[in-house]
Design a protein around this ligand. Structure first.
Ligand code: PNS
Length: 181
């Protein structure tokens, strides 16, 4: 914990807890850029992985959480957790008031605004905090990474080495049925 945070805690100020929700299927350097920057702003950042019921993810919830835990291991004020159901309900259980979202381009805006407004409608005490992705990751998404890795392309500069290896193993084990994910 930094000296500034310690001083704030000592003064009785409430700890700021933010939740960074997503599918993280799998985590990319774009996600980690957002976590790394937001952990300097909030006392605690919870990276919350959605247990998707509608989407068919490539990695299981346990695999996605394990990859994220390893990738965020150097950061003591970052926690990785899984959730299902409404994000606002999960946040209430965790005592968090801020949702962190990364924006890559104008194309993200409409969907993210809709999500922010519905979450505000569900719980007016919750704020969504938008952070622009660093420009080197503005093209990056988990879907793009999976597409490249599926056909044996190089993803070393897009995801941490543990994720690159996990992608390689996953596509090797799935064989031709990988095209469904
Ligand atoms: O990485 P993604 O798939 O874009 O993340 C979407 C996520 C997990 C942030 C969003 O789907 C979500 O918050 N889902 C939980 C259910 C919920 O609260 N939905 C909003 C109100 S309908």
């Amino acid at each position: 914990m930094t000296g500034r945070r310690e001083a704030r805690r000592a003064s009785g100020a409430k700890m700021t807890i933010a939740v960074y929700p997503g599918s993280f299927d799998p985590v990319t350097y774009g996600h980690l850029d957002i976590v790394e920057r937001s952990r300097k702003i909030f006392d605690r950042v919870i990276v919350a992985v959605l247990v998707n019921r509608s989407k068919q993810p490539l990695f299981s919830i346990d695999e996605r959480v394990a990859l994220l835990k390893e990738a965020t291991e150097p950061w003591p004020n970052v926690e990785v957790d899984a959730f299902s159901g409404l994000l606002v309900d999960y946040m209430k259980r965790r005592g968090a008031k801020t949702i962190i979202k990364g924006l890559r381009a104008v194309t993200d805006f409409e969907y993210e605004m809709q999500m922010a407004l519905i979450n505000k409608n569900l719980d007016p005490t919750i704020e969504t905090f938008f952070m622009m992705t660093s420009k080197e990751y503005s093209f990056l998404s988990s879907s793009i990474v999976k597409e490249v890795a599926r056909y044996g392309g190089k993803v070393d500069d897009l995801v941490p080495p543990i994720v690159a290896s996990a992608l390689q193993r996953k596509f090797a084990s799935l064989g031709p049925s990988a095209d469904d994910r």
